[in-house]
Write a protein that binds this ligand. Structure first.
Ligand SMILES: *Cc1c(COP(=O)(O)O)cnc(C)c1O
Length: 393
C-alpha cells in the first residue's frame, strides 16, 4: 500500500514548490539578520518587506498594520490577552462564540482566571453565529468581540460584515481568527470593520511556525512578546526570515489563484459530498450547505466511532480527521459538533475531509468506495446498529 490521499488540509497543507524555492536562499546564503545595520542584511530585510506587502494586500491592510508571529495560535493569544490588558480600565467583558478554535477558547479560560468575563454566543444548526444573541450580549463594559471567520471543523463561514458592523456601532474592538479563511476566501478588513485578524502560513500552502496578526492603526494593544524592537516594538524576536518569505509567497499565490482554486476545490468538495450522501445511508453533512469553505466536508455517520473509522482509513492510505477530541486525550466529542446540536453518539461518528486543488475525482471515488466499505463493516459490528435494524423490521 503506497497510496496516499491527503484530505486533511484544514490541519495543515503541503507547501507549494514555489514557496519552498522562494525560502531556500534565506535558509542558506541570505542568512542576515534583517535588523542589522550593514548592507549584507538588507536582502533579508527587503524580503521581509515584500512578504509584509503581499500579506497586507490579501486583506486590504496597510503594510505597517501587519505583525509577524510564530503562527495562528500566537496571534490569537496576542489579540486576546494584550487587548484585555490594554482595555481593562474600560471593562473586563469579552464576547466570543462556542465554536472557536482552542487557541481562542483556552486563552479565554486563562483570561477568566485573570478576572475577565466571557460570553459565548451560540450558533444555529449550520454553525452560523446567532447575531441576535451577539447583540444581546453587548454590555457597557464589553471591550472585545472575537468571532472566527470560518470554522476549522465544519467549514461554516461567519457573517463577518454584519458582526463588524455590530462591533463598530457599539464601539467595540472586533478580532477574527481568520486562520481557515485567509487566502481561501476574500477578506477585507475595511469592508468588514475588522480591527484585529489572525492568519497562519501553513494553512495556505506556506511553512509552519509563522503567522500574522493584523492590528488596525490606532488600536490600543500592547506587546505580547517582550525583548528587541522588532515589529514596531510590538513583537520582539529575530525575524523568522525563511518562514516570513514563505508565508508572503504563499499569500501572493493564494490571492492570484483564489477564484480558480476556489471553483475547482468547491466542485471537488460538492462531488465528494453528493457521492457520500448518496452512497452511505444514515449520514449527515455538518456545516452550512453552501456558505462553507471551498475545501471542507464534514460528515457524521450514525452507529460508528470516528476513531475506528480514521484508523481504517489510514490503513487504506487516506488521511482524514475526526470531529472528536480524542487526540487531545479527552473522550468528549468535538465542542463544535455539540454546539450545532448533534447528540453525543452522532458527533462521535464524525469525519472531516478537507481538500486541496491537488485532489482528483479519481481519488475521491476511491475514498467514497473505501469509506462505504468501512462504514458498513463498523456498523455490522455495532450493537446499536443491530438494535436499529431490528426495530426497522
Ligand atoms: C490551525 C488553526 C489555528 C492555529 O494556527 P497555528 O498556526 O497552527 O498555530 C488557529 N485557529 C484556527 C481556526 C485554525 O484552523
Amino acid at each position: 500500500m503506497n497510496k496516499l490521499i491527503y484530505l486533511d488540509n484544514a490541519a495543515t497543507t503541503k507547501p507549494a514548490p514555489e514557496v519552498v524555492q522562494e525560502m531556500m536562499p534565506y535558509l542558506g546564503e541570505n542568512f542576515g539578520n534583517p535588523s542589522a545595520f550593514y548592507s549584507f542584511a538588507g536582502k533579508a530585510a527587503q524580503a521581509v518587506d515584500v512578504a509584509r506587502k503581499s500579506i497586507a494586500d490579501t486583506i486590504g491592510a496597510k503594510t505597517e498594520e501587519i505583525y509577524f508571529t510564530a503562527g495562528g495560535s500566537e496571534s490569537d493569544n496576542w489579540a486576546l490577552v494584550a487587548t484585555a490588558e490594554a482595555m481593562e480600565n474600560k471593562g473586563k467583558h469579552i464576547i466570543t462564540s462556542t465554536i472557536e478554535h482552542h487557541a481562542i477558547l483556552h486563552t479565554c479560560d486563562y483570561l477568566k482566571k485573570r478576572g475577565f468575563e466571557i460570553t459565548y454566543v451560540g450558533v444555529d444548526e449550520d454553525g452560523v453565529v446567532k447575531l441576535d444573541e451577539l447583540k444581546a450580549a453587548i454590555r457597557p463594559d464589553t471591550i472585545l468581540i472575537s468571532i472566527m471567520a470560518a470554522n476549522n471543523e465544519i467549514g461554516t463561514i461567519q457573517p463577518l460584515k454584519e458582526i463588524g458592523a455590530i462591533a463598530k456601532e457599539n464601539k467595540i474592538l472586533f478580532h477574527t481568527d481568520a486562520v481557515q479563511a485567509f487566502g481561501h476566501i476574500p477578506l477585507s478588513v475595511d469592508e468588514m470593520n475588522i480591527d484585529l485578524l489572525s492568519a497562519s502560513g501553513h494553512k495556505i500552502h506556506g511553512p509552519k511556525g509563522v503567522g500574522i496578526l493584523y492590528i488596525r492603526r490606532g488600536v490600543k494593544i500592547g506587546a505580547f512578546m517582550h525583548g528587541g524592537a522588532q515589529e514596531r516594538r510590538r513583537r520582539a524576536g529575530t525575524h523568522n526570515v525563511p518562514g516570513i518569505v514563505g508565508m508572503g509567497k504563499a499569500a501572493g499565490l493564494a490571492v492570484r489563484d483564489m477564484a480558480q482554486v476556489s471553483e475547482k476545490v468547491s466542485s471537488l468538495r460538492d462531488y465528494l459530498i453528493e457521492k457520500v450522501m448518496a452512497e452511505i445511508p444514515y449520514t449527515k453533512l455538518n456545516g452550512h450547505k453552501t456558505n462553507r469553505l471551498p475545501n471542507n466536508a464534514n460528515f457524521s455517520f450514525s452507529f460508528i466511532e470516528g476513531e475506528s473509522l480514521l484508523i481504517m482509513l489510514d490503513q487504506a492510505g487516506i488521511c482524514g480527521s475526526s470531529g472528536s477530541a480524542c487526540t487531545s486525550g479527552s473522550l468528549d466529542p468535538s465542542h463544535v459538533l455539540m454546539a450545532i446540536g448533534l447528540p453525543h453518539e452522532i458527533a462521535h461518528g464524525s469525519l472531516r475531509l478537507s481538500l486541496s486543488e491537488e485532489n482528483t475525482r479519481e481519488e475521491l471515488d476511491y475514498v467514497v468506495e473505501t469509506l462505504k466499505g468501512i462504514v458498513k463493516r463498523l456498523r455490522d459490528m455495532s450493537p446499536l446498529y443491530e438494535d436499529f435494524v431490528k426495530k426497522q423490521k
